[in-house]
Design a protein around this ligand. Sequence first.
Ligand code: 5AD
Ligand code: SF4
Length: 438
Amino acid sequence: MMTYHIVTYGCQMNVHESEKIAGILKTKGYEREGTLEEADIIVFNTCCIRENAENHAFGNLGALKKLKREKKDLIIAVGGCMAQEAGKAEILRKKFPFVDLVFGTHNLSELGDLIDRRRARRKAIVSLKEERAETEDGIEPVRTSYPNAWVNITYGCNNFCSYCIVPYVRGRERSRRAEDVLGEVRSLIGQGFREITLLGQNVNSYNSDGQGGMSFPELLDAVASVEGQFRVRFMTSHPKDFSEELARVMKKHDKICKLLHLPAQSGSNRILELMNRRYTREKYLSEIELLRSYIPGCPVTTDLIVGFPTETEEDFEETLSLVREAGFASAFTFVYSPRTGTKAAGMEGQIPEEVSKARIMRLVEQVNENTRALSATFVGKTTEILCEDFDEKKGLYLGRNEAGRMGYFASEQNRIGEFVTLKVERANGVSLFGEPVS
Ligand code: 5AD
Ligand code: SF4
């Protein structure tokens, strides 16, 4: 029996893409996922959003040389954002001549044919496409995150935030047709999935190309109107496209998790402008206020970057104060990483690493304070979680509540895939521990 092994770097978008890669591999006779050592094909699904994501992939690829030497028929394929990045395919080929196949983000659906070609001619293949209009409909993914299922609604990004490489490697924004999205959702609910996460670089601009057929709030409304017991999440929202309509739809449906992931990136208007984010701190805060006028206390999570070129201590402190003022439930925090080809990489005033490192430590401390404060509000109360896994180390089942808090509990029976009401006894960071009462 032939097996595959996929190594995924980066975001949820990539996690779902790896599920599609697995789907393609299945059609090519690779029947199941195996370990790295036993696999007949190894696929690296890479990310290039920050330098450390690339370094990770480079490091792990180097380690495959020995495997390839011992196992001549092994196919090693490298795909995803880093492979698509300008000039990276050549670097990959030079550094790792034993790689059999390099494919980009725009030709995922051709992976099956590329594997056939590689098998037929035993010569390395590099296949990259500039841009594609079509989406990946038609590939049946091998789902790995039950009871959650990822559903793409858009691909690519039009925003060109000055630090970000995504628009260069994933191309312009393309929306899937609403009826295709809804068809997929209905089918997933029919198969027993209990959580649908709608995915896009910027879900709020869904249908910007007119291909969707309806706006994002309308699509969300339609998805949440599908019959069945499940909940809906979506990510990521861009503050420049947030609308009152979205808040209204979120309030309307119990099925929609009351949580908004709204990347702020910085709290300083000067930096936001340099980042080309097209909103101000004030606008950002007014959006959260509007959301919370519909959904009192609605948790908001965010992404923040420190050390963007020219960021001063004052700019940074505005980010710190934004964390307090917005009351973020949690945040992903990043040190700015210059990406070749982006506008910010060529800016004057790059910040020394030690300054950025000191800032991120202070930022993480502030975020942790917020995290603890929100988690503490659950103690002594009940909260509903969707049980998604069993933690072997802790010997406890776990799952998230709608605010994204991870709830842990002991159970004799397997509760994975069930909604469980927990009476929360204590909290630690984003984790809640409790007793199931249903
Ligand atoms: N450096 C650091 N963080 C970045 N992000 C995007 N590009 C960069 C970069 N060059 C962060 C942003 C984005 C998240 C997915 O990654 O915060 O929201
Ligand atoms: Fe990158 Fe900005 Fe697009 Fe997000 S919205 S993917 S940060 S360019």
